[in-house]
Design a protein around this ligand. Sequence first.
Ligand code: C2E
Ligand code: MG
Ligand code: MG
Ligand code: MG
Length: 287
Amino acid sequence: AAKRKGRNTWQVFNPELAQQQHDRVQIEAQLRRALDNGEFRLVFQPLVSLGDGRVRTAEALIRWHNPTLGEIPPDHFISHAETTGDIVRIGAWVIEAACRQMAAWRDAGLPLERVAVNVSYRQFLTEDLVQTIAHALREHGLPGSALELEFTERVLIEDAPDTLNTFEALRALGVVLTIDDFGEGYSALNYLRRLPIHGLKLAHSFLQGVPANPSDVAICQAVAGMARGLGLDVVAEGVESPAQRDFLLGLGIATGQGFLFSPGLEPDSFAAYLRQAGLRVPEATHD
Ligand code: C2E
Ligand code: MG
Ligand code: MG
Ligand code: MG
């Protein structure tokens, strides 16, 4: 057995790594052309008021369909796009496309207050982020308050010299600024009192063990209490069960998103969901 293992060592040594390397090269090559080929689209996930089921905000989530690679989830390509720098163009496209969809919905009389867009670290560092956003709002006749930007904590922790200026310029446009995946990976809290942040999205890893896991429960309670003290809105991500929803309501967390309500939807399905929102609050169950 040892011999066989020895002979095959070079094969079993690295196939996973080799595969990863191969995937990376493929993805990065395809990424370069994806935008020009029109391979991206956005889906929209409702942020639901936990008390009455109403929806005021949609989160835009990018989807990539490539003819060779198929459907590639954002967790599998956003980091590559950051490495290559393609994220800057892709991110600008997302802002443009989200504003265009928001304007179309407003024209159609859909009662949606705003659309939230994810902004990656690399994209945040580009000098013309504020300009790109101001331009997209103007182009589509939207007030800044119709757009929300979700930043990960990395943006705040690394604290580039211009972070505060950028945030203030965005706030001056009326844009709503939110911290995404709060609590995941970083834990400095200093920026919460320095930057004009509107709210936090509690990372869904903390909700997974709720209500059974005492540590997860404690973290959710702590975040809810801190946010209340700081006057920050909290959105819970990854709400999958009525028990989780009820737990969040008990903490005074008013808004959630997750598969209990809806996954990301194509624009037409989203509009249909929104028209019915509030008419069908999921049943509370306690199991
Ligand atoms: P995120 O911004 O935290 O988005 C929420 C993710 O959780 C989405 O995954 C969503 O489909 C998923 N999700 C929603 N409800 C549930 C639930 O109940 N349970 C579970 N397990 N998951 C749920 P998605 O669309 O695959 O996106 C993954 C991440 O990729 C996003 O996390 C965001 O960080 C990034 N991303 C997506 N779109 C964009 C984009 O346009 N630009 C940038 N820079 N990043 C994006
Ligand atoms: Mg997000
Ligand atoms: Mg998130
Ligand atoms: Mg996430």
